[in-house]
Design a protein around this ligand. Structure first.
Ligand code: FAD
Length: 547
């Protein structure tokens, strides 16, 4: 192969990875990396923590400088350089050097696009106020931090309750700012399902964060000292600072104007080799449309892990290897105050929309053995195929040990395992870390029981549909637990009295059992099933999930 000239557009996650990988493969290639901003390879994911002073050192956000990276990898890195035009037929780009204020052209053999995604800024009245910010890069972060340091805002409104909005909320709260969050949906973190997000709502409220769900911003109005944020519901919030975090959209202008094909989600269309519709142009990261690993449906997935992996694969392919990108699982995790929230794969709306037959289980295990100090609740929702039990998605909310469980499930999902495999996984155990039956095993047992019909279940949202004439709700927890609150119309027969009290239960009724998290309900189910009751169901995830 002759000496290749490779141009890369975008110098952060996808672009910088591709550049470094290319150099490792090919000492001869001429590699030019264009970045329109001042910084390359910075830590986007760390930006909220600099605002909150968890990361104190400005330099820590800059993983690489153009000089150091340029030298180490022998790259021609040009910052303040925006690629403004691609001419695929001539294999040529036009670049605007914003410092010298001039345009010039460069030709390429291969081009890699990694321009990322930009925050959505809706066209609302008052949106251009100097008190309203978005957070994408290092200059945005410094602007917000300077504003917080100098103006000392008392009230902040975060618009949009995605991961970034919530991370910023936590960091502003950490600095003593009173934070309100406005979210159009009925729950925070879009990809999470409602009942799992409810655990996050409770936690946010416990931290004195005001949540305005199913509400949107109508307008912003400057007052003398602050901004009035008017909501669609008619509510009015006071803000000294507003952060817009309502999502990002792929940067596709350049690709579109060059005639490259876009996908149905609006991202740049690529094939499994990350080639765009032009064979000399590759694209990676937040700007592209990816294929979801299980359903093979198109999706946008603005996450750092996929961007880095795609950068490496695109570089391999530019070099001449033929490596495929297998698609995205959507594995994601965030710290939200003391909670950790993590998810992988599909959620329920995805599965319904794609008409994939599924079942779900809820388990609430301890993060480690209950008798060893410090065990904390860990809630797992597992989504799996109704016929073969293959894992389709998972969501975990807890305080400790969430990260390793989601990574086990992400690995299981990628290996196309089923819930029956989760039952058998031999995971590391000692009391400070787990239980002899790890929460993943418990989730596997519970899901497998559902499929094997060892225990039929009903879900929290079916409770309102129960008919008092035909359906009997039995709370098998202790009288003390029952007294603290139960489901309306439920009777209390504690599990330890059940064998003696079965005569009180009519065999003509549909019996709906529940306990706190589902385990005692399951034991009660097995007792009744072996006494000849046939019409029994246990509440998945118990009263905790119902609540
Ligand atoms: P980027 O990293 O955004 O890089 C694109 C670069 O291209 C930009 O620097 C841009 O200036 C440049 N560019 C664009 N157009 C041009 C042009 N025409 N010419 C020259 N340069 C151009 N993901 C996670 O997985 N976990 C997290 O915890 C997480 N936290 C985040 C927190 C924040 C505040 C933000 C903003 C993002 C976070 N992300 C997180 C998302 C993650 O950062 C992105 O998915 C990832 O950076 C995407 O990589 P990319 O290379 O596609 O784009």
């Amino acid at each position: 192969m002759g000496k290749q000239k490779i141009i890369i557009v975008g110098g952060v996650a996808g672009g910088a990875t591709a550049a470094a990988r290319l150099r490792r493969l090919d000492e001869q290639a001429e590699i030019i990396l264009f970045e329109k901003g001042e910084y390359i390879s910075f830590a986007n994911c760390g930006l909220p923590y600099y605002i909150g002073e968890v990361i104190k050192d400005k330099e820590a956000l800059l993983v690489q400088t153009p000089e150091k990276m340029g030298q180490r990898f022998n790259l021609d890195i040009r910052i303040h350089s925006e690629v403004t035009k691609i001419e695929p037929a001539e294999k040529k780009v036009t670049v605007y050097d914003s410092q010298r204020k001039k345009h010039y052209e460069e030709v390429y053999d291969k081009l890699i696009l990694a321009p990322g995604a930009e925050p959505v800024k809706p066209n609302l009245p008052g949106i251009n106020s100097k008190k309203i910010f978005t957070l994408r890069n290092v200059p945005d972060t410094y602007r917000i931090k300077d504003y917080v340091d100098n103006q000392k805002p008392e009230h902040a409104v975060i618009v949009g309750a995605g991961f970034i909005g919530l991370e910023v909320a936590e960091n502003l709260h950490h600095l003593g700012v009173k934070v309100s969050i406005v979210e159009l949906a009925d729950h925070v973190i879009g990809p999470l399902d409602l009942e799992m997000a409810t655990l996050v709502h409770q936690h946010l409220q416990a931290k004195n964060i005001k949540l305005y769900l199913q509400d949107g911003v109508k307008s912003f109005t400057e007052n003398q000292s602050h901004l009035e944020v008017d909501l669609q519901s008619g509510k009015r919030l006071k803000a000294d600072l507003v952060i817009m975090g309502i999502g990002v959209k792929p940067e596709t202008k350049l690709a579109k104007e060059a005639g490259l094909q876009l996908g149905q989600t609006g991202g740049i269309l690529v094939n499994e080799y990350l080639e765009t519709s032009d064979p000399h142009i590759y694209a990676v990261g937040d700007a592209i449309e990816v294929t979801e690993f299980i359903s093979r449906q198109p999706r946008l997935m603005p996450l750092a892990g996929p961007a880095n992996k795609q950068g490496r694969i695109a570089a391999n392919n530019v070099y001449g290897k033929k490596e495929q990108y297998h698609g995205v699982l959507g594995t994601a995790i965030a710290k939200i105050f003391d909670l950790t929230v993590a998810l992988v794969g599909n959620n329920e709306p995805n599965l319904i929309q794609r008409q994939i037959p599924y079942e779900k289980s809820f388990t609430h295990s301890g993060s480690h053995a209950a008798y060893y100090p410090g065990a904390l609740p860990l809630s797992i929702k597992l989504l799996f195929h109704r016929e073969n039990g293959s894992i389709l998605g998972a969501q975990i909310v807890g305080f400790a040990g969430v990260d390793k469980r989601i990574d086990v499930l992400a690995t299981a999902l990628q290996a196309k395992m089923s819930v029956f495999d989760l039952e058998k996984l031999e995971l590391a155990y000692a009391p400070p870390f787990s239980s002899a039956k790890d929460p993943i095993n418990i989730a596997g047992y519970t899901a497998a029981n559902i499929l094997k019909e060892d225990a039929r279940i009903f879900h929290w949202n079916e409770v309102t549909e129960l008919n008092p004439e035909k359906d009997l709700l039995i709370d098998v927890r202790t009288p003390e637990e029952f007294a603290l609150g139960s489901i309306a119309r439920a009777i209390n027969i504690p599990i330890d009295d059940l064998r003696e009290r079965t005569s009180e239960i009519s065999k003509d009724k549909n019996i709906h059992l529940f306990c706190q998290v589902g385990l005692r309900g399951y034991t009660a189910y097995r007792i009744l099933a072996q006494q000849g009751f046939t019409n029994i169901k246990n509440l998945s995830g118990g009263y905790k999930t119902y609540q």
